[in-house]
Design a protein. Structure first.
Length: 256
């Protein structure tokens, strides 16, 4: 089997992943490795930009990104296949948060001393300026671009460099509020709560029905001439088992 399976690294398939999909891809990799009788390494800490650069440099076989390819990346011969979409959510360390209204989100991030409806201090966490989640939040929610810019001017507002740093800060800070993909919450199981928006709890079902419209997408990025193992991975993700695994981890698969 290995003769038809091999990656650029022999019997090891190397995947560089955005942090929000790292644990999801570890679970995918474990199931795929059991099926194929080989080894899968999911390398953490890359982010979307770093994962794509690692693929372009030949350091990994495949990348998982939270953004589509930029023009220069596509021109270099890389291909991005839509993999799945997951609810874009807000999470908190608050032990019993009530839901929030979308119309109030920008004010909560812009205000110097916001509070939860029960009077508990609310402490927002930002992502870096060019981070995919920063761009998604700015696009998805009214007035959030301006609110994030205002929050960034306050020296007391923490900024998370990675998806994992984001969760670490959210866990440590009482009353925290930050954005994330639901897939990361479900896969990593941190002691954080997902906040309903406008009375709707984010789930794959509410995303699929469009009752909850805010989403984050993942892309499987490969070279123009991928190793056989990459093709086999794509076949697995198209299969009922692969699609079921994505759904189990709060990710609606695309029909690629």
């Amino acid at each position: 089997m290995l003769a038809t399976w091999q990656s650029a690294y022999g019997d090891t398939l190397r995947i560089a992943s955005t942090g929000g999909a790292t644990e999801l891809m570890r679970r995918v990799g474990e199931a795929f490795a059991r099926l194929e009788g080989a080894k899968v390494d999911v390398l953490p800490g890359y982010g979307s930009d770093g994962a794509i650069r690692a693929l372009a440099a030949g350091a990994v076989d495949v990348a998982v990104s939270a953004r589509p390819l930029q023009n220069e990346e596509a021109a270099a011969g890389l291909m991005a296949i839509p993999l799945a979409r997951t609810p874009l959510v807000f999470v908190t360390s608050h032990h019993a948060p009530t839901g929030l209204r979308v119309i109030d989100l920008a004010d909560l991030f812009a205000r110097e001393a916001p509070v939860w409806p029960d009077g508990t201090r609310l402490r927002v966490i930002l992502r870096t300026r060019g981070d995919t989640d920063t761009l998604l939040v700015g696009q998805a929610f009214p007035q959030m671009r301006e609110a994030l810019a205002m929050a960034r001017q306050r020296p007391d507002v923490p900024v998370a460099a990675t998806d994992q740093d984001n969760f670490d800060l959210a866990l440590r800070i009482p009353g925290s509020l930050t954005s994330a993909g639901l897939a990361q919450i479900v896969a990593e199981k941190p002691n954080l709560r997902v906040v309903p928006l406008d009375g709707v709890t984010p789930t794959v079902e509410s995303l699929g029905s469009r009752q909850y419209p805010h989403e984050k997408r993942f892309f499987l990025v490969r070279s123009a001439d991928p190793a056989p193992a990459v093709e086999r991975l794509a076949e697995f993700l198209r299969s009922p088992a692969g699609r079921g695994l994505l759904r189990e981890n709060a990710s609606l698969p695309f029909g690629f």
